[in-house]
Design a protein around this ligand. Structure first.
Ligand SMILES: [Zn+2]
Length: 276
């Protein structure tokens, strides 16, 4: 498949999203409650994405113990089953699981997840926690990407020190063949750290989910130098008015060659996900 691939979307339902997160979500996308019927089925989401010019999307679970969001990998995998447009990711809270590599294998082999998302700042563990090393070994051996939330968040009891991107320097050296994705590009005050590390380590990538498109070049002034490490993502449907097209247009307007634009909008993601 060709076309735009959004590397970072969520499924939102009133029942599964933590009520304490709704004020923030509604603030960013006041139309979301009117758009919720689209989430009743994967066909509704596929149609909503197609209307915004998106062909495929990575769907990220979101389990937030302090706000009550409980959008599990099992739910996401069942939701995406049978779709060639929606690509489910694995996710677990390391404190909820005893045998971490076994849980990863279950979510990949039995559920069909195509990558792993971890939430250090919400679940309060460090990326370099040695309990996770057998998981990274497994993810690396299978050639799957691992994505870490990396940046600010207004969600309840976010502790940013746990997602400090400097830890990715350790991981990139300890797992040189592990594809690591820093979600949100270090949103807040880590853009420079993330892009420096991206240029230092060939296995580090970042997505631009949850960033205002008019600020891409302000946040990443040297963007042409590492455009091959950037993955298009939005955090949809929590984007202004639920619109993805303005984000796509902003990428197309960047001062980089057309081939680099296409790489950001889907080419690099398909290579990492082995969809190409
Ligand atoms: Zn997200």
């Amino acid at each position: 498949m060709t076309g735009v691939l959004d590397f970072h979307i969520h499924i939102r339902t009133l029942a599964l999203t933590g009520s304490r997160d709704w004020p923030f979500i509604r603030g960013l996308n006041p139309e979301l409650e009117a758009q919720l019927p689209a989430f009743a089925s994967r066909e509704g989401v596929e149609a909503a994405l197609a209307a915004e010019g998106v062909a495929q999307a990575v769907v990220i679970p979101e389990v937030l113990p302090f706000s009550g969001s409980n959008i599990t990998a099992d739910f996401i995998a069942a939701y995406c089953r049978g779709s060639d447009r929606l690509i489910p990711f694995a996710l677990f809270n390391p404190y909820d699981v005893t045998d971490l590599p076994a849980e990863l294998r279950r979510q990949v082999d039995a559920l069909g997840c195509r990558g792993l998302k971890l939430l250090p700042s919400y679940h309060h563990f460090y990326l370099t926690d040695r309990r996770l090393y057998p998981v990274y070994e497994e993810v690396e051996a299978r050639g799957l990407p691992v994505m870490f939330h990396c940046g600010s968040s207004t969600f309840d009891r976010t502790l940013m020190r746990f997602c400090d991107p400097l830890q990715m320097d350790d991981l990139c050296r300890d797992f040189p063949d592990l594809v690591i994705v820093a979600a949100h590009g270090g949103r807040g005050f880590w853009y420079n750290e993330v892009t420096f590390l991206t240029r230092l380590h060939r296995n580090l990538y970042f997505d631009i989910a949850g960033l205002p498109p008019q600020k891409f070049l302000e946040f990443f002034p040297d963007l042409p130098r590492y455009a091959d490490r950037i993955l298009f993502g939005t955090d949809w449907p929590v984007v202004p008015h639920g619109r993805i097209r303005p984000h796509i247009a902003a990428v197309r307007a960047l001062p980089i060659p057309p081939a680099a634009v296409e790489a950001i909008l889907g080419g690099t993601a398909r290579r990492l996900l082995r969809l190409a």
